[in-house]
Design a protein around this ligand. Structure first.
Ligand code: NAD
Ligand code: UDP
Length: 317
């Protein structure tokens, strides 16, 4: 890449699951990457292979505090994404979403950087519209156990659009649907990592509820493609745009697939469904197809294979 195209990119939450893949990809295409993370759910192991890269830098920083650096682009990913982690300290989760957004938007304003927000399908709550389009305003409980995350992310979207209207910031809002792949923590708590770890350890597969609720799972490499395409899209395109794989599965189907692919003889254990757990979720990705020419093609089996291999090597003594 010629030098004038090399950008200084800040990735908050860069040591997390998606963030660490994004750091690696942006370094690979010739950018300079500053990873800011407080390591709440992120792990040094995720970025250890990048530490010797001359254009990679790590900063231990909590985004609820202001940050003064010089950058051209900001990917704001800092926020625990797994329900067990974001519900551990829900007040902090709202602060990360809201104060984190204000601090990063302030930084973008001062440096005139373009800024992308990692929003979520959770802004649709427990949706009545299916599949979910960006025009749907959602059905979110403001006082439940998922609200710190759902409402925090909704408020962050509001802040992004107000900074855009009021201060003419260049913003991008991605509504990310369930994403999986290598570099998830074994104790992340989300469904794909839980099922694989349980299957590999011969422990019971824990299905919450009767397993008829649905999710659509996107392989991380393709999600990262989508984030970069969004960042590189014309300034007139702000989103929000759905990024996810529209192939929809019940949680029971996912459990069966993991059992089959790992060859495990784990049993299935049904546990109570947590409060406000969405019944169904599937992205309508027409907009991403039209504007970004982005459409994921990795089927679940093909993405599960490297994910299972990753956890196998992580768990082997
Ligand atoms: P993750 O938990 O692996 O990564 C989040 C990262 O943010 C971690 O490295 C964590 O240490 C860091 N972090 C948390 N609080 C912080 C703070 N106060 N200051 C600095 N860093 C902080 O989760 P992920 O799956 O990689 O998700 C990344 C982003 O994408 C999150 O914003 C999440 O809401 C969003 N998202 C993810 C998914 C998904 O399926 N993975 C779906 C929708 C949205
Ligand atoms: N889930 C499950 N067993 C687990 C973890 C999750 O049955 O061990 C269910 C969970 O109740 C939800 C779905 O799987 O219906 C996806 O959960 P996850 O935490 O991965 O993401 P989210 O609910 O935020 O989409």
């Amino acid at each position: 890449m010629s030098n004038h195209l090399k950008k200084k990119v800040l990735i908050t939450g860069g040591a997390g699951f998606i963030g660490s893949h994004l750091c690696e990809r942006l370094l690979g295409i010739g950018h300079e990457v500053l990873c800011a993370d407080n390591f709440f759910t992120g792990r040094r192991e995720n970025i250890v292979g990048l530490l010797d890269h001359p254009y990679f830098e790590v900063l231990r920083h909590d985004v609820t505090f202001p940050l003064y650096v010089e950058v051209d682009e900001i990917y704001n990913l800092a926020c625990p994404a797994s329900p067990i982690h974001y519900q551990f300290d829900p007040v902090q989760t709202t602060k990360v979403c809201v104060h984190g957004a204000i601090n990063m938007l302030g930084l973008a304003r001062r440096t005139k950087a373009k800024i992308l927000q990692a929003s979520t399908s959770e802004v649709y709550g427990d949706p009545e519209e299916h599949p979910q389009r960006e025009s749907y305003w959602g059905r979110v409980n403001p006082t439940g156990i998922r609200s710190c995350y759902d409402e925090g992310k909704r408020c962050a979207e509001t802040l992004f659009f107000d900074y855009h209207r009021q201060h003419k910031l260049k913003i991008k809002v991605a509504r990310i649907f369930n994403t999986y792949g290598p570099k998830m923590r074994p104790d992340d708590g989300r469904v794909v990592s839980n099922f694989i770890v349980q299957a590999l350890q011969g422990a019971p597969i824990t299905i919450y509820g009767d397993g008829s609720q649905t999710r659509a799972f996107c392989y991380v490499d393709e999600l990262v493609d989508g984030l970069i395409k969004l960042m590189e899209s014309p300034d007139t395109f702000t989103g929000p745009v759905n990024l996810g794989n529209p192939a929809e599965f019940t949680i029971k189907q996912l459990a069966d697939k993991v059992l089959e692919m790992t060859g495990s003889n784990s049993t299935i254990e049904f546990r109570p469904l947590p409060g406000d757990d969405p019944r169904q979720r599937r992205p309508d990705i027409t907009l991403a197809g039209e504007v970004l020419s982005w459409r994921p093609v990795v089927p679940l089996e093909r993405g599960l294979a490297p994910t299972i291999s990753y956890f196998r090597s992580l768990l082997s003594p």
